[in-house]
Structures are given as C-alpha cells and as structure tokens.
Design a protein around this ligand. Structure first.
Ligand SMILES: Cc1ncc(CO)c(N)n1
Length: 221
C-alpha cells in the first residue's frame, strides 16, 4: 500500500465528519445563516493570504520543475477564490472588516508555517494538501447531490471547487508528489509527514466549526 493510500484510510473518519458538518449541510441547502457566512469569509481571507505565502515557501523547497509549475497554478487559483468570497458577501451584503485572525485560523496557518519553516518539503506538501483535497471531495459530493441547482445562492461557490471533469482530480498530483517525496525519508520522518497531514485535515473540520459556532477570542484588543 502506498503512503498516500494508507493516509487516506487514516483520514477517512475525519473526512466523513467534515462532510456531515452542519455548515456543509447548510451550503447544500443554500441556507447558511448570514453571520456564519460573514465569519467564514473574513477568516478565509486571512487563511488564503497565508496559504499563498506557504505555497510560495513550498516552491523554494523543491527543484522538481513539474511541482513548481503546479504550485504556481495553485497560486493562480487562489486569486479565483476571492470571487467565491464575493458570492457569499453578495448574499449577506457584508463587507470584510475583521482583520484579526480567529483562534482556529491562527492555529491552522501557524501549523502550515511551522511545517514549511521547520519541516521537509514533504511536510509542507502534507500541510497544504487537506485544504485542496477536502474542498475537492466536498465540491464533488455537493454537485453529485444536486446542490448546485439554480435555486441555491451558493451555486457558483460550489462549482468553483467541484472538478470540471468528473473523472479528473485536481489534487492527485499532490498525492503523487507526496509519495515520491516521502520515499526519500526515514520511517520516523514519514510518520511526521502523516501527522502533519492529519492535523491539517482536523483543522479543516475546526475551520467550519469555528464559523458555525462563531468562535471568538476571550478579549477584544
Ligand atoms: C480553510 C479553507 N480550506 C480550504 C479552502 C480551499 O481552498 C479554503 N478556501 N479555505
């Protein structure tokens, strides 16, 4: 069994929990409460800025030309995600004004920065992967369930993340790169990479949850 196949088995319970999270159910039904959408967009603006920076850090850790080209494509795609945010803000009429990272956002991006600054290239790939992978699975499942119907105000948002061609995965190259890179590591380092991936995946669940419960810092500073 490949490293990433084993990883997917270990990741399954977390992924299952993400897919049934009430926030995702509300996206499917097109009835996410406004304050949840606003919280999500504000935190995701922070998240994506950091994600872009960490993607750039990943570029500096490898000399594999194909990976570099793919990572630059990812950087390009992150620009499209502002459009996804506009879909959500179009529903609520809100403007982004909270420029403070919430607790879960900070935990998540710090985990990714730590992986990039202190880990191997494989750690950085692993830290970045659950973001793309969980949204691909989500997009695919939402479209399969017909959630991107004309009545759903989040139709465009959903379609941004669903693969265009059903058979094509936009994250498969990342798993292949991960398998190639971990082959260079010791078993101990490989387990570190696995933990890095699984922690980012848990952070995906926590990111939805934080918006759903409107998680706040204790003090306003
Ligand atoms: C937290 C989070 N994870 C994944 C994505 C998809 O890029 C996103 N926009 N935000």
């Amino acid at each position: 069994m490949s490293f990433s196949q084993d990883l997917l088995t270990r990741a399954q319970p977390t992924m299952d929990a993400i897919m049934v999270h009430p926030f995702l159910k509300a996206i499917a039904e097109g009835n996410v409460p406004d304050d949840v959408l606003n919280y999500y967009v504000e935190q995701d603006e922070h998240y994506l800025k950091d994600y872009l920076t960490i993607t750039a850090l990943a570029v500096t850790q490898t000399d594999n030309h194909e990976d570099i080209a793919k990572l630059l494509d990812v950087a390009q795609f992150i620009g499209n995600e502002s459009k996804a945010h506009e879909v959500m803000l179009g529903i609520t009429g809100h403007q982004v004004e909270n420029w403070r990272r919430g607790p879960e956002t900070l935990l998540y991006v710090n985990h990714m920065y730590e992986s990039a600054y202190r880990g191997t290239y494989a750690d950085t790939l692993a830290a970045l992967l659950p973001c793309a992978w969980s949204y691909e699975v989500m997009g695919r499942e939402l479209v399969a369930a017909g959630a991107n119907n004309e009545q759903n105000p989040l139709k465009e948002w959903i379609e941004l993340y669903a693969p265009n061609d059903d058979s094509k995965s936009y994250t498969i190259w990342r798993f292949e790169a991960l398998d190639r890179e971990v082959a260079k590591l010791t078993p101990q380092q490989q387990e570190h990479v696995a933990q890095t991936f699984l922690l980012s995946l848990e952070m995906e669940w926590r990111f939805w949850e934080a918006a759903w419960v409107q998680e706040k810092w204790q003090f306003n500073i």
